[in-house]
Design a protein around this ligand. Structure first.
Ligand code: 13P
Ligand code: SF4
Length: 363
């Protein structure tokens, strides 16, 4: 059955039957399919993941598995990464092809090429600048990094990656997330004057030649719209209400929020922090709602608040629902090739792999 018709039928199926069907298909395909689930996935999907994790853990898992099919319950850049790291005989499936990442869309190949070209007006970037892309980026940007002596980072290894990058060349061009780059550089002891923000919509990033020469890191002006909703006023309000609260923030949050937080880390690191805390510890967490709600249920003895008074949810992560997961499994079971396979073309794939493998070698 064609995907759209199948999805229509699955949306009309009672939830209990739908979940039962997914369980049946998982059992039937257990030696063929590995389901990877990011921590921001909704509960009904997350429950079916064979492995759950942050971007680093899930990419390591993709590099390790020999399952013929990997279903990635996450967003597009994660599935692309998995395709780059798996063999040619393995298929990576993104259940809903529209599950993208708005931050990853904030830097494209054309803009990065232009930036590199414009930098030559000031210095030779291939001699002086290591390009570093956050894993939340398209495969073409990873390939650019591979080809230009650069590397990929995730939120859990950014400081290791920056340290490596400064060993290669004196400056870093960090894209597409200004905040991860900025928060990591500050945590590593850099000062405000060591950084400059590159605005891709301005000639020469809106910077003077002197500002570029002075900077040790050029930060692409991109952001995660979900994490920008957390404000420093929310931190202050929480601390006024609960003086003993600990604030945990994802490094995609603004500098102001991270500076005031007690702990800054990836989704996996935030989970670990809560897990190891004493019962009775109180937390306010600045990251996506599905993860915070899950932690709240898992650790009722550790009161947990969502840092923002408004809901901050990643709408693209939310696109993957049990119906799309079931449709992907049905297609594999029927050998019908109706699933949404993510395939990174060559030579992009090989160059992106170079940049990813440089990162994986550091962990
Ligand atoms: P993690 O790698 O920390 O899970 O972050 C992924 C992400 O997209 C956060 O917005
Ligand atoms: Fe992208 Fe932000 Fe969603 Fe993470 S939370 S996938 S960075 S839009």
């Amino acid at each position: 059955m064609a995907t759209q018709a199948l999805l229509k039928q699955l949306y009309e199926t009672p939830e209990k039957d739908l979940l039962h069907r997914i369980r049946q298909l998982k059992t039937k395909l257990s030696d063929q399919v590995l389901i990877l689930g990011h921590h921001y996935q909704r509960e009904e999907v997350f429950a079916f993941a064979d492995v759950t994790g942050d971007s680093l853990k899930l990419s390591q898992e993709a590099a390790r598995t020999d399952a013929p099919y990997v279903i990635f319950c996450g967003v597009h850049f994660m599935a692309e990464t998995a395709d780059i790291l798996t063999g040619d005989d393995q298929a990576v499936i993104l259940p809903d092809p529209d599950a993208g990442c708005s931050m990853a869309d904030m830097a494209d190949d054309e803009q990065i090429q232009r930036c590199w070209r414009e930098l030559t007006e000031v210095l030779d970037p291939d001699a002086f600048v290591t390009p570093v892309t956050y894993i939340n980026s398209t495969a073409s940007l990873k390939a650019f990094c591979g080809e230009h002596g650069g590397i990929v980072c995730t939120s859990s290894n950014a400081s290791k990656v920056l340290a490596w990058s400064w060993k290669q060349r004196e400056k870093i061009l960090f894209f597409p997330d200004q905040h991860l780059g900025e928060n990591t550089a500050f945590a590593m002891g850099l000062e405000h004057d060591d950084m400059a923000i590159w605005d891709p919509h301005q000639p020469l990033g809106g910077l003077s030649a002197d500002e570029i020469r002075r900077a040790r890191i050029l930060l692409w002006k991109g952001f995660c719209s979900v994490h920008q909703l957390f404000k420093v006023e929310h931190v202050h309000a929480m601390r006024r209400k609960h003086p003993d609260i600990r604030i945990l923030a994802h490094p995609e949050c603004s500098r102001e929020v991270c500076q005031e937080a007690d702990f800054v880390g990836s989704t996996e690191a935030i989970i670990r922090f809560v897990r190891h805390a004493e019962p009775g510890s109180k937390f306010a967490i600045a990251t996506e709602l599905n993860l915070v709600n899950r932690l709240r249920l898992q650790y009722p003895e550790k009161p947990i608040w969502f840092l923002s008074p408004t809901i901050c949810m990643c709408s693209t992560m939310f696109r993957t629902d049990p119906q799309h997961l079931c449709a992907a499994l049905e297609s594999i079971a029927a050998n019908s090739n109706e699933h949404h396979q993510v395939t990174v073309p060559e030579p992009q794939k090989s160059w992106a792999k170079v940049a990813l493998e440089r990162m994986l070698a550091l962990n």
